[in-house]
Design a protein around this ligand. Sequence first.
Ligand SMILES: NC(=O)c1ccc[n+]([C@@H]2O[C@H](COP(=O)([O-])OP(=O)(O)OC[C@H]3O[C@@H](n4cnc5c(N)ncnc54)[C@H](OP(=O)(O)O)[C@@H]3O)[C@@H](O)[C@H]2O)c1
Length: 257
Amino acid sequence: MTTSFDLTGKVIAITGASSGFGHHFAGVLASAGATVVLGARREEKLQARVRAIIANGGKALAVPLDVLNKNSIHNFIDAAFSNYGQLDVLINNAGVEAGAKTYTMIDEQDWDFVMDTNLKSAWLSSKYYTEQVQAHKQGGGNIVMISSITDTRTIKGQFPYAVSKGALTRMTEIMALEASRYKIRVNALAPGYILTDVSRILLESDAAPEFVKGIPMRRFGEFEDLDGPILLLASDASRYMTGSVIAVDGGHLCASL
Ligand SMILES: NC(=O)c1ccc[n+]([C@@H]2O[C@H](COP(=O)([O-])OP(=O)(O)OC[C@H]3O[C@@H](n4cnc5c(N)ncnc54)[C@H](OP(=O)(O)O)[C@@H]3O)[C@@H](O)[C@H]2O)c1
């Protein structure tokens, strides 16, 4: 083996770490040796997660974060650099949906809320991270976007969520192209459906049993299904990967018509 999944000595910041994927990723990455910086609005949930990671022998820090606020994003990234002198990986995971709505049902507030949280914030944090990587002469970095399989396939009634994820995946690819000059890699994880607050509206609906029949593996995902892919993208094991989008979906994207 010339590549390593070991994260010892790495500092990784995760947005949206108070619940769902981000909460889970924090534990997985800390167990692999990383120091994790957790950001979200619900500070008490972050603190509880940090306590659990530390009790398990890991290293973690909670930093209040509202990704709708540029200063808060800057403060989050600054906290990693000021506490540890480095930030090796930024995981743009914070995300929201607007409910089961079509394009005729949403209003401007829904549009701005979802687009600003899922898309604009990922651009703002990546931009500031890139600036700080250079300012601290870190010599390179790594950005992981949490997209979704709605980036590729169409679905009714998840507007503008699916639009934001389509754009996030395209942003990953374009950013990868532009960030190479800074030795920053940019990749995305595109999970299928896993029960969290974001997916609850579909996965706990009457439509769920029919929906799952469209997944070749005939089940929704579990948090642990993402462990290998997130370790790959966050570690040097993916050192020759940039602009890649990894779907983890039980085959949902390749389901036949
Ligand atoms: N679940 C799925 O099936 C699925 C599939 C594909 C992709 N995803 C993506 O996975 C990511 C995580 O979502 P999840 O499913 O784990 O849902 P979740 O449990 O609701 O987690 C969303 C996280 O985003 C944070 N967040 C929302 N608005 C924020 C803001 N303004 N500032 C800072 N943090 C904010 C929330 O924290 P606070 O409320 O404490 O701020 C929470 O920690 C999202 O990008 C989602 O689109 C989910």
